[in-house]
Design a binder for this molecule. Structure first.
Ligand code: BES
Ligand code: ZN
Length: 456
């Protein structure tokens, strides 16, 4: 019988093929046109887990299907719950992809495809590691459960409902999530904080139809002008958000945490270079890492109105709209912020304009405890597989369900991302380094062993 490591080595090419199979499914969650692909991806995940011999259920919800699976129960051993998501963000703009988003392609040791790192390639590391254990050892050293969903990129509403009703079934000692990044190439990280989010769609409606801007301009309120004013009023010149009460519940960064961030070997020049900018403005008084990880933000995500074609058209548009969102930090309440925003914009709405503000998904930010023995176990597993001890970081992104795991399962979450900041998540040419993929599988295989030794 091979050892776990031998099995991982021999099967490395097949793990890549399996991942490519899943990546060929265009499981975009936000657009109903992809519903059949969502179902195909869910089915693929369920089949894959069933093939490991795990008791597996494909669960239909009001939204997209969930997959739940569990290994045969070992009395007295700890239980880890692996969480991941098979849904992906839209691939647009398509013309900027070097190879098509749903035709996985390897270039320079990187696998390019939408979902490669976010999150198909990452959650599968925890599936392949279990496969290796079962093949090499014939058993797992602990109990492993899987909960894989298809709505992470749109707020996890169905999972939220399921979790509230089935906390018993999902009971565990720790939740394992790989859906983020290492600190830098060759420098793995354990993440202890995520930002939350509150996402909005604002539509301003003015005249009943588009008008000649010469005949009517000046006498009619232009919704695009008003939209620009409303959006500009959300953030002041110091980078502070102007929604009343926005900062009331923000916990200031402790000097200790700021020192921790400052000690990290962060190459700011390389960071901006990679993004293709020559610098940035942001909230005054905070470093780039603090702004990214631990301070709230407001960003316009989409903007439309008037004539978008070539040349010039003298039009006074009938409508204008924007999608925008706040990233929130732990302890901020998305519903309080939604109410304050609505009141602020309503007060700014001039005669001649009707405004419609739709609140999309929202989720609170989280901090996970670092004192946990499971975190120590994860640090050991990561150090063995990556050859370097992890640093402790926060992340600017959101994983909406994490706080609910804490509230409903009372379990610590291990946020152990295998990706890189330049993996182009949500952008064209998303990639996952195959080296990170295989080191991730290796770290996961060791994680099961390390977690099994934690005494409750
Ligand atoms: N994988 C990301 C979250 C993430 C990004 C974690 C960067 C750590 C570092 C996740 O799939 C994601 O993008 N989530 C959305 C959630 C939102 C749409 C509710 C996000 O953050 O935009
Ligand atoms: Zn993700």
């Amino acid at each position: 019988m091979p050892t776990v490591d031998q099995y991982l080595q021999t099967n490395a090419p097949r793990f890549e093929q399996d991942l490519c199979e899943l990546l060929r499914i265009a499981s975009v969650s936000t657009d109903p046109a992809y519903r059949a692909e969502i179902d195909r991806a869910a089915q693929w995940v369920a089949d894959r887990l069933r093939r490991l011999g795990l008791s597996t259920e494909l669960i239909q919800t009001e939204g997209h299907p969930l997959i739940y699976a569990e290994s045969p129960h070992i009395e007295g051993a700890p239980t880890a719950l692996v969480y991941g998501h098979y849904d992906v963000q839209p691939a647009d703009p398509l013309d900027l992809w070097i190879s098509p988003p749903f035709e996985p392609t390897v270039r320079d040791g990187n696998l390019y495809a939408r979902g490669a790192t976010d999150d198909k390639g990452q959650f599968l590391t925890h599936v392949f590691s279990v496969e290796a254990w079962l093949a090499a050892e014939g058993r797992l050293p602990l109990n492993v459960k899987y909960l894989i969903e298809g709505e992470e990129e749109i707020g996890s509403a169905s999972l939220q409902a399921y979790l509230e009703q089935h906390a018993d079934r999902l009971a565990c000692d720790c939740v394992v999530i790989s859906d983020g990044a290492q600190f830098a190439p060759g420098q793995p990280a354990i993440t202890y904080g995520l930002r939350g989010i509150a996402y909005f769609d604002l539509v301003l409606k003015g005249p009943a139809r588009d008008l000649h801007s010469g005949t009517f301009g000046g006498s009619v309120t232009n919704p695009a002008n008003v939209l620009a004013r409303m959006l500009a009023s959300l953030v002041d010149e110091h980078g502070r958000i102007r929604v009343p009460g926005f900062y009331d519940d923000v916990v200031p960064l402790s000097p200790r945490e700021r020192e921790g961030f400052a000690r990290l070997d962060f190459d700011e020049r390389r960071y901006f270079e990679q993004i293709g900018v020559d610098g940035a403005i942001g909230e005054e008084g905070y470093t780039t890492l603090e702004r990214r990880w631990a301070r709230p933000t407001c960003d316009v995500n989409g903007l439309w109105s008037g004539y978008q074609g070539k040349g010039a058209k003298t039009v006074l548009p009938a409508e204008a709209g924007a999608k925008f969102s706040f990233r929130l930090v732990p302890n901020q309440d998305p519903s309080k912020i939604t109410a304050a925003l609505r009141a602020m914009l309503a007060a700014m709405c001039p005669p001649g304009i009707r405004f419609e503000l739709t609140a999309h998904h929202n989720s609170p930010g989280v901090l996970v405890p670092l004192e946990s023995p499971y975190v120590q176990a994860a640090a050991r597993a990561i150090e063995q597989a990556f050859g370097r001890a992890p640093v402790f970081t926060r992340e600017g992104g959101s994983i909406p369900i994490v706080l609910s795991f804490h509230e409903h399962l009372h379990a610590d979450t291990l946020l152990i991302g295998w990706g890189q900041d330049d993996d182009n998540t949500h952008s064209p040419n998303e990639k996952f380094a195959l080296g990170d993929f295989h080191r991730g599988i290796g770290a996961s295989a060791r994680l099961w062993d390390e977690l099994s030794r934690v005494t409750k």
